[in-house]
Design a protein around this ligand. Structure first.
Ligand code: GCB
Length: 756
């Protein structure tokens, strides 16, 4: 029989490229898995993190099959980002891609008696041909999901095909109330005496159907006369077990869970599950937590899923790579519709090898996760036009899409376009559904631009199923003020932005899915924004999972049917001024506000209730009440609000923009821009501009002043930015660049000669 032995305990680790040890090293650090060496520096704000080739070692005894013979595999659940595995000094597998499972047959190199030495060299240094290369998150290194040994008899279900489970189950509901389960399993080294027995059990463990097939022809359709469907509110799971039998003995056994559901997308009706139109409204998630990095336990994954469930979301985009089986399990069990994707992101590398890496990561994603009923969409790329478009890029997308459809005709494909992807062009109609990442109201533009943009696209492309794959803005719970504005990083602006977006999306059920960027703040070592370096702070919840920001509750009011009332501004606790605004989010019709026990007002509204109150000197108790529900906070009236409420940079940048214009001189900012030959201009890429220190200084200053991004060649977000031209960056900045700003930038650049 199969024996799976967990090897997570008692590893030796060294954060040096120490080379292959011949014996178990005694002077390395003792660690248990899951483990990453970037748990701290991956988001500590230091500007960089350790990317290198580091070594793990562990001893194990060769597991034995009762009848002798058999095979032994090592299973690495993921290794960031490239890994070479050795057993007793011999290389057994090299794997590229930091997010998928891989295995190696180590039977021949294991010892008959005594201990074997397993060594893994993990490497998260940049490798041009392995995705991701440039992206807004930390590429953690290490054995961060764990390692197993698997011992099987000679005849067994396949373990070597792209790290898959050896069985593929496709449940298809029938109109009659039953379902057919198309099942195929992959058997290795079985002779004519072997058969495969299939058994389908319901959620209570009762067998509801079975089948038997010869081991050399395992495909079968099994019919279950009455089924309970897998749905968002009732994620009902069947278990399908395959047993490899020889006479009266089970040689190998595997089980997977399966859910019976039908789904589709329609450009006008949005997402439909089991015949019911159900707009998908939810969040994106990265797989890391504060000071744990991506070395998360099954409990950590389930806890994240529970927080998302409490929000009331019905979908999760698992960005930007394959996540842990634990998380897909949680989604199967809790009823989320999942968008799973590969890290083909930001900038395409033209090398054939890089394309092959995309292909192998897509194969692994689909083959390893095929059976999860929560997954309905395969995402083939994210914001890939940041690096510009080419015929090859379009071809590669077509190839990836065709591959996804070939491996899995039962699901839909999708793509996350970067905001400036032209509305017309070759990137459309490749995948079954499409989505845009839009940050109007944060990086550029106004939040009010979102609705009209979506309506316009829908009008131009009435046949495209359109979703919003990302939208969001930073919210840092220290910053507050009475007049929240874009780029002030305040908790209040983030909440206002999401109030707007929640409504825009609620009013457009034809949008097949929307995903807030992001559910949780996450690690991005290169970032330095809003006074919190090393992280992306667009989460609705902080990276330590301790604080739900006000923006979390607006979605709870929209999406979670359980009655709730939430007072905003609890952390904006010391307030100045004659009056102050109190916002309340609730899914109840009527909310009453009390100040120090006295009723202020009763309001009837839809989700957002806004009251104006005059605080008394000193402490004030504010209570919001909706039916039996209450929420309370204490606010202090002060002469002057604390300085820490305002990020110093916010004022400095406003002054900086004004000064910028004062140095423009008598340039006519309304005249058409000129682009003289041999001179720099906004049409140049950042890489070109970086060749001239003067041009770079001007460009970097403009980007800092408008978008608050720090540009230093070779550092931080440089990889993502270097291919972009300044006019595209100007487009991104939108209204953050005041009128005449881009013209004045061009005016400054065209005075600088190229090649000097
Ligand atoms: C995006 C990217 C995502 C970033 C996000 C941001 O569009 O897809 O990886 O983290 O923007 O916050 O800028």
């Amino acid at each position: 029989m199969r024996n799976v032995i967990n090897l997570n305990k008692d590893w030796a680790f060294i954060q040096q490229d120490a080379g292959l040890p011949q014996v178990m090293p005694s002077d390395w650090t003792k660690v248990d898995l899951p483990h990453t060496w970037n748990a701290i520096d991956g988001h500590d704000g230091n500007g960089s993190y350790d990317r290198g080739k580091y070594w793990y070692a562990k001893t194990f005894e060769t597991p034995k099959q009762p009848l002798g013979g058999g095979k032994v595999f090592v299973e690495i659940l993921a290794a960031g980002q490239q890994a070479t595995v050795y057993v007793n000094g011999k290389e057994v597998v090299y794997h590229e891609g930091g997010y998928s499972t891989f295995r190696a047959d180590i039977t021949e190199v294991c010892k008959e008696e005594g201990e074997n030495l397993l060594v893994v060299a993990c490497d998260n240094a940049r490798k041009e041909s392995v995705y991701p290369q440039s992206a807004d998150f930390t590429f953690y290194g290490g054995l961060y999901r764990g390692v197993n040994l698997i011992s099987v008899p000679d005849a067994h279900f396949d373990l070597e095909y792209y790290g898959g489970p050896g069985i593929q189950v496709t449940p298809v509901p029938c109109d009659c109330g039953g379902a057919k389960f198309d099942i195929v399993s992959y058997v290795k080294e079985a002779d004519e005496n072997f058969t495969v027995l299939y058994s389908i059990c319901d959620a209570e463990g009762k067998e509801v159907a079975s089948a038997c097939r010869p081991a050399d022809s395992t495909a079968v359709t099994v019919y279950v006369p009455e089924v309970t469907k897998w749905d968002i509110d009732n994620p009902y799971l069947y278990t399908v077990t395959a047993r490899l039998e020889r006479r009266n003995e089970t040689y190998d056994e595997i089980s997977v869970r399966a859910g019976v559901r039908s789904f589709s997308c329609d450009p006008n009706k949005g997402f439909i599950i089991n015949g019911v139109e159900t707009p998908l409204r939810g969040v994106s998630r990265h797989q890391d937590q504060l000071y744990k990095g991506n070395a998360l336990t099954r409990e950590d994954h389930f806890e994240d899923a529970r927080i998302i469930k409490e929000l009331g979301a019905n979908t999760i985009r698992l960005a930007h790579y394959q996540h842990s089986q634990d998380f897909y399990d949680a989604c199967d069990e809790m009823g989320f519709v999942v968008w799973a994707e590969i890290p083909f992101i930001s900038v395409m590398n033209n090398d054939l090898e890089a394309h092959q890496n995309c292909i192998s990561q897509l194969k692994e994603l689909i083959i390893q996760n095929y059976n999860h009923p929560s997954i309905c969409f395969w995402g083939i790329s994210n914001e890939i036009l940041i690096g510009g478009i080419s015929e090859q890029l379009v071809e590669n997308h077509k190839e990836l899409n065709a591959l996804a459809k070939e491996l899995d005709p039962s699901r839909l494909t999708t793509i996350a376009h970067v905001s400036m992807t032209p509305i017309e062009g070759p990137m459309h109609y490749i995948t079954d559904t499409e989505s845009y990442n839009h940050y109007f109201g944060w990086y550029g533009g106004k939040m009010e631009d979102n609705g009209p943009w979506l309506d316009n696209f829908h009008k131009i492309h009435p046949n495209i199923c359109l979703g919003v794959s990302e939208y969001g803005c930073e919210g840092i719970i220290t910053y507050h003020g009475p007049n929240p504005a874009c780029k002030d990083y305040s908790e209040e602006y983030q909440a206002l932005y999401h109030e707007h977006m929640a409504k825009v999306l609620d009013e457009r059920p034809w949008i097949w899915s929307s995903h807030v960027w992001n559910m949780f703040d996450f690690g991005c070592a290169a970032r330095d924004e809003g006074g919190v370096a090393g992280r992306n702070n667009k989460g609705l919840v902080t990276m330590d999972r301790k604080i739900k920001k006000d923006s979390y509750y607006i979605y709870k009011a929209y999406w979670n049917k359980e009655p709730m009332v939430h007072l905003c501004g609890k952390r904006y606790a010391q307030r100045a001024g004659e009056t102050t605004e109190i916002r309340v989010y609730s899914n109840q019709q009527t909310v009453t506000l009390f100040l120090n026990g006295e009723k202020v007002e009763e309001q009837t509204a839809d989700k957002v209730f806004v009251f104006t109150v005059a605080l008394k000197d000193g402490f004030n108790i504010i209570t919001a009440q909706a039916g039996d529900l209450k929420d309370t906070m204490t606010l202090e009236k002060v002469e002057k609000e604390p300085e820490i409420y305002v990020l110093p940079e916010v004022n400095e940048r406003a002054e900086g923009v004004a000064n910028w214009f004062s140095t423009v001189g008598d340039m006519d900012l309304k005249a058409p821009m000129e682009f003289p030959e041999g001179m720099y201009s906004i049409k140049d890429s950042m890489e070109e501009i970086a060749k001239n220190p003067e041009a770079l200084e001007i460009a970097a200053k403009a980007i800092k002043l408008t978008m608050n991004m720090t540009v230093v060649p070779g550092q931080g977000m440089w990889d993502m930015m270097k291919g972009m031209t300044l006019d595209r960056i100007g487009e991104m900045a939108g209204t953050l660049a005041p009128e005449g700003f881009v013209e004045s930038l061009n005016g400054k650049l065209i005075k600088i000669k190229k090649g000097e």
